[in-house]
Every structure is written in C-alpha cells, then in structure tokens.
Design a binder for this molecule. Structure first.
Ligand SMILES: C[S@@+](CC[C@H](N)C(=O)[O-])C[C@H]1O[C@@H](n2cnc3c(N)ncnc32)[C@H](O)[C@@H]1O
Length: 297
C-alpha cells in the first residue's frame, strides 16, 4: 500500500524564515545559516535546491522533523550532534553523545604530524592515537599517509565503536586497530608518531562553559582535573615505552597550557621541538621527542 504523504501549505522560504526567527530569539548565532543546514539535512536537499526553489512546498512530516531539529538547537545542542556528523580535515565524521565534537583547532595537531612525516611518505610509519574519540586525528593522518598504520585507544568503549565506524566509512579500517586502554597502558608496540588530544579543561571551569560544550560534550572527554594537567600527568610518563627512535609526540594543549605541559614533558625526559599555534594564534600543539634522540642529533 502506498504511504500517504501530506503536503503542508508551507514552502521552503516560509519554514526557513520562521525557524531563523525562533533560533535568533533563543540566542543562537548565525540563525539563518543554522536553519539552512538543518533544513537541508532534514529534507535531504543540497544547497542549490534550497536557493533555487524557495517556493517549493514541504511535506508535513518533513516540516515536523525540521522543527524538532530547530527546537534541539534552541536548547543549544550543537548542529553536529543534531545532524549526526562533523567535517574535520574535509572528511565526514559520525558524532554521537559518546564522543567529543571534533574542533577545527585540532587540525593543528594533524598538520604538525604531517609536516614531520613529509619526507617519510613512503615508509611504513606506525602511528598511535591516544584518546581517539571520533578517530578524527588518526583518520585525517592516515588519509594523507597511505603507508601508515595505526593503533587508536580510548577508555570509552562507546567512543571506540564510533571511531571504528568512522574508519569503516572512510575506507581506513584496514590500517587502524582500535584498543580499549587507559592511554597506552598494555600496548607493547613502538611508534613513529604519537598523537593525543587529552581532556584539558580544569574541572572547576567546566560548569562555566557554553551550554553547547557543558551539556553535550562527554565530561570524560573534557575534564582535565584540578589544573587541567591531570591527563598529561598520566599519559606522558607512559610514552618512553612506545616511542621508536626518532619518533615525535604531538600533543594538543589548551590556551595557556604550554608551560604546564612542557614541564611535564621535561620531567619525563622529553624535549619540546616546537609549539605550534592554531589559526586564532593560540599555542595549540606541542611537538616533543625523547631527549636521547636529541643528543644523538
Ligand atoms: C578531548 S577528547 C579527544 C578526542 C579526539 N582525539 C579529538 O581530537 O577530537 C579526549 C578523549 O580521551 C578519552 N580519554 C579520557 N581519559 C582517557 C584515558 N584514561 N585513556 C584513554 N582515553 C581517555 C576520552 O574518552 C575522549 O575520547
């Protein structure tokens, strides 16, 4: 039997205008742009279709679905969580409530690791990604270095399942193994590249963050303890056991954490090679190597 699909009396332009207004009234910035993204996602339209046919009537079911999405954004749920994906390094990543919503600032970590391996494109590089979340850092790296293989860890099995599904949809699953671990405890391999974006927000700061982050990013992915450095304190001492000779470590850091993390690295016989800024000019990625490598030149 054919399903009856009722057409509402509303066209694309009307629903977009109403939704933009509602979003604006709820303090959502870029309201029109957000409404367009949600509409395209709910109606499965591309950008041109929305612009080309603003008077096109919309099915009642789609209007209802769209308004449910708008209402979620009015409660500050991030767009990526509503539509279920986020673009990172121009690749699509599935996002669920179990993972950090990837931030564009983290692309600084990927860029630094790619620069380091620029002259080693054809070697079989081994990569370790600690606290993989969606898998965005390691997948971006593997997408550019076709001879690299990786292990990605997370303490959250739900996050690992999201990362695995991203690896499958990006066609990278053959080159990445996912392991449930406390950072790299129990990993016996050694690696050329270690990536990590650990939780680094001081616990007391978390309730003061925007609702988009505070309510929706899992706290296991953002809580860095009293001074924000607790996870660096846990994972950096484990690194000497997993670094190959000549390996580099690429750690994302929060704003004004370079001194804190540099001190932890030094206390663990690692030297800082570079502190790389993100596009906003904030120190975002610390690159380090074993002191023994530095002495050998
Ligand atoms: C800031 S998120 C980073 C996620 C992803 N790498 C990214 O850059 O978007 C930190 C991740 O570390 C994981 N994590 C927290 N504590 C951990 C631990 N003790 N061992 C392994 N992973 C941990 C969290 O589950 C979360 O996925």
């Amino acid at each position: 039997m054919m399903k009856h699909m009722s057409i509402s009396s509303m066209n694309l332009d009307t629903v977009l205008n109403q939704a933009s207004q509602q979003l604006q009234q709820n303090g959502i910035s870029n309201a029109r742009h957000v409404a367009q993204i949600l509409l395209r996602n709910c109606l499965d339209l591309d950008r041109e279709e929305v612009l080309r046919s603003p008077k096109q009537l919309v099915r009642s079911g789609s209007v209802a679905k769209f308004y449910r999405a708008v209402s979620r954004r009015c409660h500050h749920e991030p767009v990526s969580r509503i539509i279920g994906f986020r673009e990172f390094w121009s690749l699509p990543f599935k996002v669920t409530s179990a993972v950090l919503d990837p931030r564009s600032d983290s692309e600084t970590v990927v860029a630094a690791a790619l620069d380091f391996s620029e002259h080693r494109k054809y070697e079989s590089l081994r990569v370790l990604d600690l606290g993989t979340g969606t898998g965005c850092l390691v997948m971006a790296f593997l997408s550019e270095r076709h001879n690299a293989t990786a292990i990605a860890t997370d303490i959250s099995v739900e996050a690992l399942s999201v990362a695995r599904s991203n690896a499958v949809s990006l066609g990278l699953a053959q080159r990445c193994t996912f392991v449930s671990a406390n950072w790299c405890a129990g990993i016996s391999d050694r690696f050329d590249v270690v990536l990590a974006n650990p939780p680094y927000i001081p616990t007391a700061v978390i309730p003061t963050l925007e609702a988009d982050v505070y309510r929706y990013d899992p706290h296991v992915a953002i809580d860095g303890g009293v001074d924000g450095g607790a996870c660096y304190q846990q994972l950096i001492p484990l690194l000497s056991k997993v670094l190959r000779r000549g390996a580099r470590v690429f750690l994302e850091i929060g704003v004004e954490q370079s001194e804190l993390v540099t001190n932890i690295l030094r206390a663990n016989m690692l030297s800082v090679i570079e502190i790389r800024k993100d596009l906003s000019g904030n120190a975002r990625c610390i690159v380090a190597e074993a002191e023994t490598d530095k002495k050998k030149g």
